[in-house]
Design a protein around this ligand. Structure first.
Ligand code: PLP
Length: 402
């Protein structure tokens, strides 16, 4: 019998993909399922971007590219960073990878090992804790608070730093909460980090363009005090509706881009050429489709938050960014997992239990509003009818609802 490495038991998963599979199965059995589970724009990739990818294939670009990405693409990323985050960076420090997740995994593999601690938001993107564990390091969760619009408190984050802390992960706007960390809180965090020069920071800004109302996205890049230890993660998946193309970028501190490139050479060699040229067209071409998509998300956000707040036992703060609503469902008496399962099986609505994003997600479920207004309204109507039909929790949970 073969024996696999024990570290494989440490890998977690992303429930969104499991819920997606179950929703597909139910749909194949003829059930009507509305999927508010998976986090990807429901819009197609804008046509000029698709065309750029198609043309590259017809033009015969079928071979490897440089492992860190074609130079014009890294130059376009640097120009975009200068325009949107106001900081001049070198294309040499940028590594283009197959999706935002890859920058994340590379950062964990670079900093994580037995004995090391990595600070992760909770509730947060589940892959953070999963890959931290896989690296041998210990994930140390820090809480995000509903009362603060799911921002963190800088003091609470800083308190968790120990001599073993190697890396701090920050995600704003955030998955699963839609929370946006106010600039004043980032100021406090950076001021505190000056006392801990051994702690590197991974800022996951994949939802940077998706900020609503009068909020502005505050990047960690402009802070000089941590520039030499900041890894910035962003990409094309969400902004340009390109989740299936697999394209992301990381901006690395001096010297680390070479290590990220070495990891790339060992793992995937390079991102395929058509995707990179499509990404170039996305950054350098018209941005009106991004603006249109954002207007649609803004409208749906208003619709879903209002509707969720009218459901009995639900309470939903205004998410400042991304395309997720994260209502508190504690007053329904259902645990997050039971509500997720029964909404899918009995009401035909796919959502994700808050506990898929960490222990502090109990009492919440995530709705992705990357779906049409009609589907969102119908989903909430189904949930309202289901809740009103006398359903009772099979596994009641005692939670504070305050
Ligand atoms: N970071 C966060 C917070 C996300 O929510 C996601 C995707 O859901 C990613 C990174 C990964 O994006 P990609 O599909 O580009 O790998």
């Amino acid at each position: 019998m073969f024996k696999i490495a024990s570290r494989m038991a440490l890998l977690g998963t992303e429930s969104a993909f499991e819920v997606l599979a179950r929703a597909g199965e139910l749909a194949r059995q003829g059930r009507s399922i509305i999927n508010l589970g998976i986090g990807q724009p429901d819009f197609p990739t804008p046509p000029h971007i698709v065309e750029a990818g198609r043309k590259v294939l017809s033009d015969g670009h079928h071979g490897y590219t440089p492992a860190n990405g074609i130079l014009p693409l890294r130059e376009a990323v640097a120009a975009d960073i200068a325009a949107r985050r106001g900081v001049e960076v070198s294309p040499e420090d940028i590594v283009v990878v197959p999706g935002g997740k890859v920058t994340m995994a590379f950062a964990m593999l670079m900093f994580g090992e037995e004995g090391a601690e990595i600070l992760c938001p909770d509730p947060g993107f589940p892959i953070y804790q999963s890959v931290v564990r896989f690296s041998g390091a210990k994930p140390v969760p820090y809480p995000l608070h509903e009362a603060n619009g799911f921002s963190f408190s800088a003091d609470e984050v800083l308190e968790k730093i120990t001599p073993r802390t190697r890396l701090l992960i920050v995600n704003s706007p955030a998955n699963p909460t839609g929370g946006v960390v106010p600039k004043a809180e980032l100021d406090r965090l950076v001021a505190g980090l000056e006392r801990h020069p051994q702690v590197a920071v991974l800022s996951d800004e994949i939802y940077a363009r998706m900020v609503y109302g009068n909020q502005a996205h505050a990047s960690l890049l402009p802070y000089e005090a941590i520039r030499d230890r900041l890894i910035l993660l962003d990409g094309w998946s969400k902004t340009y509706a390109m989740t299936g193309w697999r394209l992301g970028w990381g901006l690395w501190p001096k010297g680390l881009a070479e290590l990220a490139t070495r990891l790339a050479i060992n793992v995937h060699s390079c991102v395929n050429a058509p995707t990179q040229f499509a990404g170039l067209a996305a950054l350098t071409g018209p941005q009106d489709s991004v603006d249109r998509m954002m207007r649609a998300f803004e409208e749906r956000r208003r619709l879903i938050v209002g509707a969720l707040n009218r459901l009995p036992g639900f309470r939903c703060v205004d998410p400042g960014g991304a395309f997720y609503a994260f209502p508190n469902i504690a007053a329904t008496g259902f645990s997050a997992r039971e509500l997720q399962d029964r909404l899918l099986e009995e009401a035909g609505v796919a959502t994700i239990a808050g506990t898929s994003f960490g222990e502090m997600g109990e009492g919440y479920i995530r709705f992705s509003y990357a779906n049409s207004s009609e589907n969102i309204s119908e989903a909430i109507r189904r949930i309202g009818d289901w809740l009103g039909s006398g359903v009772r929790p099979q596994r009641p949970i005692m939670m504070q609802t305050a």
